[in-house]
Write a protein that binds this ligand. Structure first.
Ligand SMILES: O=P(O)(O)OC[C@H]1O[C@H](OP(=O)(O)OP(=O)(O)O)[C@H](O)[C@@H]1O
Ligand SMILES: Nc1ncnc2[nH]cnc12
Length: 172
């Protein structure tokens, strides 16, 4: 199945900037079987008993994070782009493959010591996920695993994540 998923991903050249080959996952999202299997494979990267909360990164991480949380009997925590969360937040700026950004999390989203699975659709340079893990650390959360549908291994993003358990379903 990971091969079928890989074949469904579409390369879009020079998006959103010249020189970037964008991995478009929308063909997976629009196929019922591929979407379901993607979530199942992400859920399989951890055991249900390990996880109190799934944290998903705005925006594509929400697509996989929320159904994974339901499957794991865990809560869901949105890590959002700046200015979207209404209550008190911690925030952090970071660099990603094609720019810079700031992400935020609600200060009361996770209790100290809770075990968290971080989910996003794609790991590229690792800037986004590293910032998310740092935000979760600020809350006192224990990020037990970071799981991605796609990893662009040539960008060596996993070396930026101070985590033993980094999983990806499809690697380019
Ligand atoms: O490993 P990095 O180089 O940091 O890149 C990975 C991030 O880039 C994409 O998000 P993007 O900021 O484009 O937001 P989107 O989900 O709203 O499209 C992707 O969904 C990851 O979150
Ligand atoms: N090449 C890429 N394709 C899709 N999403 C990305 N996020 C960062 N780099 C990306």
């Amino acid at each position: 199945m990971p091969d079928t998923l890989r074949q469904a991903i579409r390369d879009v050249v020079d998006f959103p900037k010249p020189g970037i080959i964008f991995k478009d996952i929308t063909p997976i999202l629009s196929d019922a079987k591929l979407l379901r299997r993607s979530v199942e494979l992400l859920v399989d990267t951890v055991s249900e008993h390990q996880i109190d909360k799934v944290a998903g990164i705005d925006a594509r991480g929400f697509i996989f994070g929320a159904p994974a949380a339901i499957a794991l009997n865990a809560g869901f925590v949105p890590i959002r782009k700046q200015g979207k969360l209404p209550w008190e937040t911690h925030s952090l700026s970071y660099t990603l493959e094609y720019g810079t950004n700031t992400i935020e999390v609600h200060k009361d989203a996770i209790k100290p010591g809770e075990k968290v699975l971080l989910i996003d659709d794609l790991l590229a340079t690792g800037g986004t996920a590293a910032a998310a893990i740092e935000l979760l650390r600020t809350l006192g959360a224990e990020t037990v695993c970071a799981s991605f549908l796609v990893e662009l291994s040539f960008l060596e993003g996993r070396s930026k994540l101070a985590l033993d358990n980094v999983q990806s379903i499809i690697t380019f």
